[in-house]
Design a protein around this ligand. Structure first.
Ligand code: GUE
Length: 293
């Protein structure tokens, strides 16, 4: 048996096609959605992610506005940039690219975002709304990776209601909000949120119908941890250097042998990453639509 591949590139592309129609509708009402990005410093990974987000915007007709600050930027500089993004007419939603360089207090900066423009769903108000479970047309933005994971499972019709989900990792952008999302009414999964102090992680994972690995430890999740037929989502990614070629290789948290045991598997790259980006666009479109209500 070999797993059905959860194709993030194809699924993100389907999501983007739907968004193009909604952007066209918004523009017909005189609303031009615009994504702002705030990048601090010169980390090459962060630079390439931000560049990707601007390309995605162009694909669906969203304008994009870019603020890049040097690594030497002070917290006062970052605050000023956030203030500009909050007041800019063209920016209907924006993100602060994480991680910020050392010395900046990320949580304090996230709190300065206007919650109505929070394209990442990481402002405390929006995380609070995730806990409160406010849904419907006026629903608040969801963190992009958790939203992308759920969207990917939905589109492949992987059952979630009543299923056992084991999330590995409790970080702000993936594990912690994903646990909250999966246990909301409508999704109704039973979630175990594991982390570095979890005793006997393999035994926890063996119970799971759905496994989400979001820690950034290359090939942590082994084939003999997986219940046959389970859905496995590989989220964490590490750039390893091949000792032979000297080239960087992207390596996920899931060992390749898992494909022989799992029922569904998201590859990495080309799995959850593209879905994360599509959900960012979706948050920007939704925020713009909310201004019409
Ligand atoms: N405020 C903020 N919001 C984020 O959502 C956020 C962030 N900061 N900081 C960094 C992480 C990481 N992240 C990724 C998104 C897409 C891919 C992605 O599309 N990856 C491609 C491969 C890209 C490559 O080649 O490196 C793939 O999986 O196929 C990866 C990583 C969003 N993050």
């Amino acid at each position: 048996m070999t797993a059905i591949i959860l194709d993030g590139v194809a699924t993100a592309s389907a999501v983007k096609t739907e968004l193009i129609a909604r952007v066209t509708e918004l523009r017909a009402h005189g609303i031009v959605p615009g994504l702002g990005t705030l990048l601090v410093g010169d980390d090459p990974g962060s630079r390439s992610y931000v560049a990707g987000k601007h390309r995605d915007c162009a694909e669906v007709g969203i304008e994009s506005i870019r603020i890049d600050l040097p690594a030497s930027a002070t917290t006062a500089d970052v605050r000023a940039a956030i203030k500009d993004l909050n007041s800019s007419r063209e920016v209907t939603g924006y993100i602060i690219q994480l991680p910020l360089p050392v010395g900046h207090n990320e949580n304090a900066m996230l709190e300065l975002i206007d919650p109505a423009k929070d394209a990442d769903g990481l402002h405390p108000t929006n995380l609070g709304r995730l806990v409160l479970g406010i849904e419907g047309q006026l629903s608040s933005p969801l963190p992009c990776t958790p939203a992308g994971i759920v969207e990917l499972l939905r589109r492949y019709e992987v059952p979630i209601v009543g299923r056992k989900v084991v999330v590995i990792g409790r970080g702000l952008t993936v594990g912690r909000p994903l646990g909250l999302l999966f246990t909301r009414k409508g999704l109704d999964a039973t979630v175990t949120l594991t982390h570095s102090r979890t005793v006997d992680l393999p035994e926890e994972v063996r119970r799971a119908d759905i496994v989400v690995a979001a820690v950034g430890v290359p090939h942590l999740v082994k084939a003999d941890w997986i219940k046959p037929g389970a859905a496995v989502l590989d989220v964490g990614i590490t750039r390893l250097v091949d000792p032979l070629t000297g080239k960087g290789v992207l390596t996920g948290d899931v060992h390749p042998d898992v494909a022989e045991v799992a029922g569904h598997l998201s590859p990495n790259p080309r799995g959850v990453g593209p879905m994360t980006r599509a959900m960012l666009l979706s948050n920007v479109v939704k925020a713009a639509e909310r201004t019409l209500l």
